[in-house]
Design a protein around this ligand. Structure first.
Ligand code: DLL
Length: 420
């Protein structure tokens, strides 16, 4: 769709969703009234700026169903994101929402290269988490053969990959790496038919992606979403992998400065804010995702006109402040994964020693024998430390540890240990 037409469609849908929220969600009626934004105030796409932000706290404060715009009889599915503290964030879907979700997912899976010839194993946990069912219905819609393996029991996962001739894998990037290790141990890694990875739900630098591709001999793509906005289905890479195409007919993106809330000019990096344009169950206006990215409105060589978002640089609340310096774990990952002798598993430990914050980067070596060659080990340690300093601007302690010694994850990896 030409951009102009797309923007007309977005405006029509924006006007509708603002009125829909105002009329059907008491929380929004109050919020919008207090801000003096009646639906008729929305005359252009940039008028979205008059609308106050919605945050995760707003959803939590209205736990469990307070932000739903439809009565329970119209809600046919409920998901929730676990959240590390307190109550989960609950979302509800109407039949229409489920159709839209499958469409959005089918579109992203197709853009990534999945077809009805593929046999695809879904190794996300089935349950309240949106990842598994989101991909599941999208892939069925395009006619792929879907294996709902769920997560866990990694040896069995590997058996299925092998025995069922699986061509596509859906999982977190960190779980894919773990599965590759187990496949190697079982001696089946080089016999697998895998050709495509549809990875998401957590960050993955290009360097980490290279590691996954090298291990599994597949083409890895990244897709993004969050439970509050839909689950997976918000954006994903096409085969050119020059950013994740946003399903802009369903999601209106903006970027803001996390501190000031100011909308940023095109081309700058900031926090992604999204207005859902078509959701019925729990529509959200200007939802603050806390995810840091950049938007690119240039047309893609693949022919899609949808804007693209860069890989997520990190979350504004994941950003580590170490001795006053902002550090994103993805910056560290890039350095580590760009070092040949270093494996794909790492942990970041932040401590406060006296008044000083310290960062320890623990990372596995590819080859355990290096631990016995002290001179080489020390040289490698120095090199990594130097490279980290160049990128981060601060000193980190680098601990090179034995292969297979750090924890493995079957869902989203938890790599940061903040002991402060
Ligand atoms: O993780 C939805 C999802 C499932 C997306 C499967 C893609 C694939 P939540 O559990 O609510 O939903 O977590 C949302 O995960 O705000 C990001 O911080 C992070 N995230 C999701 N996808 C990516 C990605 C699902 N491709 C939170 N890259 C988001 C980096 C991602 N971070």
């Amino acid at each position: 769709m030409p951009r102009q037409k797309l923007e007309e469609l977005q405006l029509e849908r924006l006007k509708h969703i603002v009125a829909y929220c105002y009329d059907n969600v008491p929380f929004y009626h109050k919020r919008l009234s207090e801000a003096g934004v009646t639906p008729d105030k929305i005359k252009s796409l940039s008028d979205v700026q008059y609308i106050p932000f919605t945050t995760k706290e707003d959803i939590r404060d209205n736990y469990p169903f307070g932000l739903f715009a439809k009565p329970m009889k119209d809600i046919v599915r409920i998901h929730a994101s676990s959240g590390t503290t307190g109550k989960p964030t609950v979302v509800g879907y109407t039949k229409g929402d489920l159709d839209t979700w499958s469409d959005c997912m089918a579109r992203l899976c197709t853009a990534a290269g999945a077809t009805d010839e593929d046999v695809i194993q879904i190794s996300f946990g089935y349950g309240l988490f949106t990842g598994a069912l989101g991909l599941h219905y999208g892939l069925e819609k395009i006619g792929a053969s879907v294996i709902p393996a769920s997560s866990g029991n990694t040896e069995k996962q590997v058996m299925l990959l092998n025995d069922f001739g699986v061509t596509g894998l859906v999982s977190t990037p960190s779980y894919a790496l773990y599965m590759a290790e187990v496949a190697k141990q079982k001696g089946v890694l080089d016999h697998l038919k895998l050709r495509l990875g549809l990875f998401g739900s957590e960050g993955c630098t290009v360097e980490m992606r290279d590691q996954i591709e090298k291990n599994f001999h597949l083409f890895a793509t990244d897709n993004y979403g969050m439970s509050e906005l839909m689950g997976p289905g918000v954006s994903g890479e096409c085969h050119l992998r020059q950013g994740m195409h946003i399903n802009e007919d369903h999601f209106l993106p903006e970027l803001i400065n996390s501190q000031t809330g100011q909308v940023l000019p095109r081309g700058e990096t900031g926090e992604l804010v999204v207005t859902t344009l078509t959701k019925e169950g729990i529509p959200l206006l200007r939802y603050r995702t806390k995810d840091i990215t950049r938007l690119n409105y240039e047309p893609c060589a693949c022919g899609r006109t949808l804007a693209r978002m860069d890989k997520i640089k990190g979350r504004s609340d994941d950003m580590l402040k170490i001795r006053g310096v902002n550090v994103f774990p993805s910056q560290i990952e890039s350095v580590l994964m760009g070092t040949e002798e270093i494996g794909a598993h790492y942990q970041l430990i932040v401590r406060r020693e006296g008044f000083m914050d310290t960062l320890e980067v623990k990372v596995e070596l590819v080859n355990a024998s290096l631990l016995e060659r002290y001179g080489e080990l020390e040289a490698l340690q120095k090199r990594v430390k130097h490279n980290l300093h160049t990128v981060l601007g601060i000193d980190a302690k680098v601990s090179l540890v034995e292969p297979m010694s750090l924890e493995r994850f079957q869902g989203k990896a938890k790599r940061i240990v903040d002991l402060r």
